[in-house]
Design a protein around this ligand. Structure first.
Ligand code: SF4
Ligand code: SF4
Length: 332
């Protein structure tokens, strides 16, 4: 790839009335006349910040006016709750108003294995079968990965709950007593209060540990390692499995930027002012541009509120060939 090909276009608009202008920077010819899977998070019960139907409507209407047939898509989640089952998530989509926008809603609970970098990820059956995809991703903080953007929307949101589970499981800590100084940092940063450190005793609760890997990231003594791999690495690989052989357009919604993600009923507070929308055809470039915008407005805010460096998913994404972190920001 030449240097010019490596530098991706990322278009920054302040509101969706400029969407037509932003889309004009990309060749979407192959999308026209096709069914287009519109991947988004349709909201956990109680969460206030997920993209609402009123926000998404002008986007899908615009895609329809261009001759595309979009349908809303997501997968069931690993944790208990309504979105854990296909029927339950379909009810959530209805309750939240996504069935009133003239687009079908498809929730997948099964998947097809795609191998990336030696591990097999079960990509949602419908996503796997789709040739064209628009990933609409809400950018916000995340307790396990620092930030959730396009890589998170697909890497976790595009796969089955079994794959979600083993990815988290692979990030759980393995403890090496020899190196531990009992400083207590891991216990302080664990978002799920799963670790206790008491006078030369380190303990993790298997019941409470969610496999976010934050403790491993924060132990400076190499006393903790991931059972398999860093969650942000697995996320980047999983995202690559999800977009394998597809034409993809990415829209990042960099507004309502909360500390935690749309799966969290208590995701607040907002930690950064609204920054508009980004449009790109490269997953790594759009997340890098999103993170740069956030960092310019509120330096290192995701790292500060979640104790995780969110840039890792971007670095890993570039390493495995998911996309390019080099971009030109176009502000039409
Ligand atoms: S952060 Fe590392 S060194 Fe400190 S208590 Fe935890 S495991 Fe031990
Ligand atoms: S992996 Fe996450 S939840 Fe589990 S002990 Fe470490 S910080 Fe806590």
């Amino acid at each position: 790839m030449g240097e010019e090909d490596r530098v991706k276009k990322v278009v920054h608009i302040t509101d969706l009335s400029q969407l037509d202008t932003a889309l004009g920077f990309f060749n979407l010819q192959s999308f026209v006349g096709n069914e287009v899977l519109f991947k988004l998070h349709m909201g956990e019960i109680g969460n206030k910040y997920y993209p609402k139907p009123s926000l998404v409507r002008p986007v899908v209407d615009h895609l329809k006016s261009m001759g595309m047939s979009p349908f809303f898509y997501d997968t069931t989640v690993a944790y208990p709750g309504l979105r854990h089952t296909k029927r339950g998530y379909e009810n959530v989509a209805k309750m939240h108003g996504y069935t009133k926008l003239g687009c079908n809603v498809i929730i997948d609970d099964t998947g097809v294995g795609v191998t990336v970098e030696g591990r097999t990820y079960e990509v949602g059956t419908t996503l796997h079968a789709s040739s064209h995809l628009v990933a609409f991703s809400h950018v916000k903080g995340h307790t396990a990965t620092g930030m959730g953007g396009a890589i998170k929307n697909l890497g976790m949101g595009g796969v089955t709950k079994e794959t979600k589970r083993w990815m988290h499981n692979g990030s759980k800590p393995i403890y090496n007593e020899k190196n531990c100084t009992y400083c207590g940092v891991c216990a302080d940063v664990c978002p799920f209060d799963a670790i206790t450190v008491n006078k030369k005793k380190w303990k993790v609760s298997k019941r409470k540990c969610f496999g976010c890997g934050v403790c491993v990231d924060n132990c400076k003594q190499q006393a903790l390692t991931n059972k398999d791999k860093n969650l942000q690495y697995l996320l980047a690989c999983s995202a690559k499995a999800c977009v394998h052989q597809k034409d993809v357009l990415y829209i990042n919604d960099v507004n309502r930027i909360s500390r935690s993600c749309d799966c969290d009923p208590i995701a607040g507070p907002l930690v950064c002012p609204d920054l508009g929308f980004l449009v790109a055809d490269d997953m790594v470039a759009i997340d890098k541009a999103s993170l740069d915008l956030v960092n310019n407005a509120k330096p290192d805010v995701f790292q500060k509120v979640n104790n995780v460096d969110p840039e890792k998913q971007i670095k890993y994404g570039e390493e495995i060939g998911l996309g390019s972190a080099s971009y030109t920001l176009i502000e039409p």
